[in-house]
Design a protein around this ligand. Structure first.
Ligand code: F6P
Length: 365
């Protein structure tokens, strides 16, 4: 069987582990992996080529994606998807692995929609890869662990200069629509507070929460070495938030006691780069393995989901016989639940928004 592989959307460290596993497991089982370069845009352009063991054996430790990626807005059009189906059919491809985030998996669902594709025989399985961890029904996506380590490393470095100068730092991290990276890395980095869109705070409440954290640290520790992590999805820009916080601190503190000089660090795409962590290499490899074996079992329009080895999936999907941690979730269910998650309506989103209330004291040591 010819099995095509593409990576799409924002790159994520560990994508290459998944590509490598799909290719090496396919070859070991006597099948032919086919690389699609530049995501859906490359698929439509016919950028397909055989993927050999020597092409992938050393990519496990490399960040980004060796297949490259692209955002492909035209894939929203049925005629573009029809062209993509023809390319795969003419190349003799019988299965496709899509490695990417919410947008990429939405494209996979549309590409394989029987109402549109008719009796198009190509089976499609998705692998969740997004540093934002913004894909539902999987406890983790590829790239999250590495991004977390990158943020923690950056915050550890910032903590040194914050201590040296007794400064407040606003550290902005990626996470387009989802505050998971900010929340989780705040705990891992020992930040003093965290701002994320799921809490739905007004601008005044955002300013007040940072000011309160600074005053609390000053009262407890006599310093103002404060690190506040802010998800990029917070509408108030970091620059505006700094000005508002400084102005409020000057009002609330007798600034002859201490110089108010909040600093900003926007980590941006640094968060997405770097060599994948051991866990992301493991996650990518295990998901790639399950994706191939599931396609060979006949799975279609599903996503490999990382679930704890207890039946936490509410009966959705099925546990993979190839790996007790992996489930095969119906792609349609994944995307419907993702829409709920991003809208802050899912139980998980609500839990995420409230869990930090309970952990408030942990931040304000
Ligand atoms: O979805 C992953 C992500 O890194 C988001 O966190 C971020 O907002 C977005 O991609 C950036 O997209 P681009 O790389 O196209 O600027």
């Amino acid at each position: 069987m010819r099995i095509a592989i593409l990576t799409s959307g924002g790159d994520a460290p560990g994508m290459n582990a998944a590509v490598r596993a799909v290719a090496m497991v396919a070859i070991s089982l006597g099948h032919e992996p086919v690389a699609v370069r530049h995501g859906y845009r490359g698929l439509v352009a016919g950028e397909l080529e055989p993927l050999r063991t020597e092409d992938v054996v050393d990519i496990l430790r490399v960040g980004g994606t060796c297949l490259q990626s692209a955002r492909c807005l035209e894939f929203h059009e049925p005629r573009t998807r029809s062209a993509a189906r023809s390319v795969l059919t003419e190349a003799g491809v019988e299965a496709l692995v899509v490695i990417g985030g919410n947008g990429s998996l939405t494209g996979a669902l549309a590409l394989s929609d029987p109402d549109e594709a008719g009796d198009w025989p190509v089976r499609v399985v998705g692998i969740p890869a997004s540093i934002d961890n913004d894909i539902a029904l999987t406890s983790l996506s590829i790239g999250v662990d590495t991004a977390m380590n990158t943020i923690v490393e950056a915050c550890d470095r910032i903590a040194d200069t914050a201590s040296a100068h007794d400064r407040v730092f606003l550290v902005e991290v990626m996470g387009r629509d989802c505050g998971y990276l900010a929340m989780a890395s705040a705990v891992a980095a020992g930040a003093d507070m965290v701002l994320f869109p799921e809490a739905d705070r007004s601008e005044a409440e955002l300013v007040d929460s940072v000011v309160e954290a600074v005053l609390a640290v000053r009262a407890r520790q006599g310093t103002q070495k404060v690190i506040a992590i802010k998800a990029e999805g917070i509408e108030t820009s970091s620059a505006d938030l700094k000005e508002l916080v400084d102005a409020e601190l000057r009002v609330r503190c007798d600034d002859t006691e201490v110089e108010v000089e909040t600093r900003i660090t926007v980590l941006g795409h640094v968060v997405r780069g770097g060599r994948p962590s051991a866990f992301d290499r493991l996650l990518g490899s295990r998901m790639g393995n399950v994706a191939v074996r599931s396609l060979l079992d006949g799975s279609h329009r599903t996503m490999v989901a990382w679930q704890p080895p207890v039946d936490a999936s509410d009966g959705l999907g099925e546990r993979s016989p190839h790996d007790p941690y992996c489930h095969l979730m119906p792609l349609e269910s994944v995307l419907a639940a993702t829409e709920q998650l991003l809208g802050g309506q899912s139980p998980l989103a609500r839990w995420r928004a409230t869990v930090f209330d309970d952990m408030h004291d942990i931040f304000l040591l």
